[in-house]
Write a protein of this length. Structure first.
Length: 260
């Protein structure tokens, strides 16, 4: 429960994950940026290959502060967890009440964090590198574009993260907004059939926005691994051939020829 995105188990040594597709249906994706908390977790533990610097962390969120947030999110008992849940609910309601439908100050704060790309789309892809990283907080990691998708096939490419937040899609599903529709609140556990249809329609519409990017990412990673496998197989064949050649020379020498 220290992070709404259950990415941690996938990053354990030995899992050797190539691609993570993260569907984020958090109550308030932009102000409660759980993606940046996952990034802080990866930094703290020096996870190799993670696309370090993803998300939109605030400038004041140092690794130490993120670690403190992770520790504070842990519950010591069921009662403690229930108390934290109630506190989070109260804070969320207070934030919504004070901000109204459009919190311009919060939006401005996030826009200043990463001015080169201030909003997440329906599907954003980052890719890490297996090269060693500094322990210092890195610069923001830029999302892949059509012009930079070649990074997926680089030999030192690391984990590819495909991030799909649950955002409103007014062009395809009108009147449904996870941030504003009351029945889509974290604290609502009863949905009418119509509301369920709305949620499913929005999820499908958002997936349609990114499905081609998902396919191209999977294909690129597959081609990279195939190329690396073929190179390794060729090197192994060449080594076997050289070994046989050396053995042939030794056998020939054993027939009567001698080194001077």
């Amino acid at each position: 429960m220290s992070n709404n995105l259950p990415i941690y188990p996938l990053l354990r040594p030995g899992r050797d994950i190539d691609i993570v597709v993260a569907f984020d249906a958090s109550a308030d994706i932009k102000t409660d940026n759980w993606l940046s908390v996952a990034d802080g977790y990866a930094r703290q533990r020096g996870i190799k290959g993670w696309p370090v610097g993803i998300g939109w962390p605030k400038e004041t969120d140092s690794p130490a502060k993120i670690e403190q947030q992770l520790e504070e999110a842990q519950a010591d008992s069921p009662a403690d967890a229930e108390a934290r849940l109630a506190q989070a609910k109260q804070e969320g309601l207070a934030r919504r009440t004070s901000s109204g439908s459009d919190d311009s100050s919060t939006k401005a704060e996030h826009d200043q964090s990463h001015p080169e790309d201030s909003d997440l789309g329906y599907c954003t892809v980052w890719v890490g590198t297996t090269e060693e990283r500094s322990s210092e907080p890195p610069p923001p990691s830029k999302a892949l574009t059509d012009d930079t998708s070649w990074k997926l096939i680089e030999p030192n490419a690391g984990l590819a993260l495909i991030y799909m937040p649950f955002l409103a899609n007014p062009d395809k599903v009108k009147g449904v907004d996870p941030a504003q529709s009351d029945y889509m609140s974290t604290w609502n556990f009863v949905y009418t059939p119509k509301q369920i249809d709305n949620v499913i329609a929005l999820a499908r519409a958002n997936y349609d926005e990114g499905k081609e990017k998902i396919k191209s990412t999977v294909r690129a990673v597959y081609e990279r691994k195939k190329k690396m496998r073929e190179r390794a197989e060729k090197e192994a064949r060449d080594e076997r051939f050289r070994r046989r050649m050396r053995m042939g020379v030794v056998n020939k020498l054993g027939e009567g020829d001698h080194f001077s």
